[in-house]
Design a protein around this ligand. Structure first.
Ligand SMILES: [Zn+2]
Length: 374
């Protein structure tokens, strides 16, 4: 939801950093509330200065947390698409899910450890600055220490999608050897944690405190856990089928630069029964993305002339690319969009749509006209 509208503001360690506008709200909230927390009642300039510094330090510690995940992932051979920050925190977007429990454990545990480490360092700084006689900066560092230790502990709560839930997931995966079943368990735990956090927020509000943000975070945890559980259950039902068994033959392809107008007015009349998805290729015939025909149908009447087909594409990074022998449960887990390309080492051999996956997981007839992405 928040990913589409975020934009890169910097590139750190070769990984793009995206900032969603909602992160600015949180920064503003921190900037406004901190001067009072640290006992500052000076001039407007000093309030702005301390507030701005607090927001900067708070944001920086969250960015350090996310980059610790990202750098550990890269160290373990997992590509990182970007780090995105938004109102309720951030996310290091990995190109693929970790394939081994050891990798998942390392990548997930390092974030809370980074927060705890920042907490310890800033607590030391607080004592140092206090000894030098600077009260407000000392209390600012102490506040930052408490926030980071709190973040570290909170993120270690054992419920997916929190880091602690991923740690739990990796450990159950290690003990059971079944990744998707582990996800169901960690997600159930996440629903319990989310429910408890919501309850804490509501009780705080009843007692006259500001528990709204707490309840919102709890809701976010619970809904993410519910979604992850549904996906894992689907993956469990798909386990045992191989991608090559249900793949459709190679889709028709067009050049990614072809305009939507030309596609509709010239290509489509010449190819009256197109495949359900159209493969986009670059000038070297390499696949760059997939366009579901449903997406063309949805925009064709209002498309501006000259807009290329690539504007409608699910990018190659959101497609799972798997070999024909890949277990369908794993193929499903590898595809953020639900569209999967099936490929031999040297050539593409077919594709699978989300509807194909649903049909395989639930072999009962689905109503007609549910649409390719519905
Ligand atoms: Zn984290």
């Amino acid at each position: 939801m928040f990913r589409r509208s975020s934009r890169p503001i910097a590139t750190l360690f070769g990984i793009p950093l995206h900032l969603h506008w909602s992160a600015v709200l949180t920064a503003g909230f921190v900037a406004m509330s901190t001067p009072a927390i640290v006992g500052l009642d000076g001039s407007l300039t000093s309030v702005l200065l301390i507030g701005g510094l607090a927001a900067f330090l708070f944001g920086s510690s969250l960015i350090v947390h996310e980059y610790s995940h990202a750098l550990m992932a890269r160290r373990r051979g997992i590509g990182v698409r970007r780090v995105s920050m938004w109102a309720l925190g951030g996310v290091a977007e990995l190109e693929v899910e970790p394939r081994r429990w050891q990798d998942e454990l390392a990548v997930s545990v390092v974030g809370p450890l980074a927060s705890l480490a920042i907490g310890v360092v800033t607590l030391g700084a607080a004592f140092g600055v206090a000894a030098a006689g600077f009260g407000v900066p000392a209390r600012l560092f102490a506040w930052l220490a408490i926030v980071n230790v709190g973040l570290g502990i909170f993120n270690l709560l054992p419920g997916f999608p929190l880091d602690g839930g991923r740690v739990l997931h990796s450990l159950i995966w290690w003990r059971t050897g079944n990744r998707h079943r582990s996800t169901v368990i960690a997600a159930n735990s996440g629903r319990v944690v989310g429910g408890l956090v919501i309850a804490l927020g509501v009780v705080t509000m009843f007692l006259g405190g500001s528990g709204f943000l707490t309840a919102l975070i709890g809701w976010f945890i619970m809904s993410s856990a519910t979604q992850a559980r549904a996906q894992a259950q689907e993956a469990l039902e798909l386990a045992g089928v191989r991608a090559g068994d249900i793949a459709r033959p190679l889709p028709m392809s067009v050049n990614a630069d072809l305009s939507i107008d030309d596609f509709v007015h010239y290509w489509l009349p010449a190819n009256p029964s197109p495949t359900e998805v159209i493969l986009l290729t670059d000038h070297d015939q390499r696949a760059t993305g997939l366009v579901p025909m449903a997406a063309v149908a949805a925009v064709a009447p209002m498309s501006a002339s000259g807009v290329p087909m690539s504007a409608l594409a699910i990018p190659a990074t959101s497609l799972g690319v798997v070999s024909p022998s890949t277990d369908l449960g794993d193929a499903f887990a590898a595809s953020p969009s639900g569209f999967i390309l099936v490929s031999e080492p040297d050539r593409l051999v077919g594709y699978i749509t989300p509807r194909d996956l649903r049909r395989t997981a639930h072999p009962t007839p689905t109503p007609a006209g549910t649409g390719v992405t519905g």
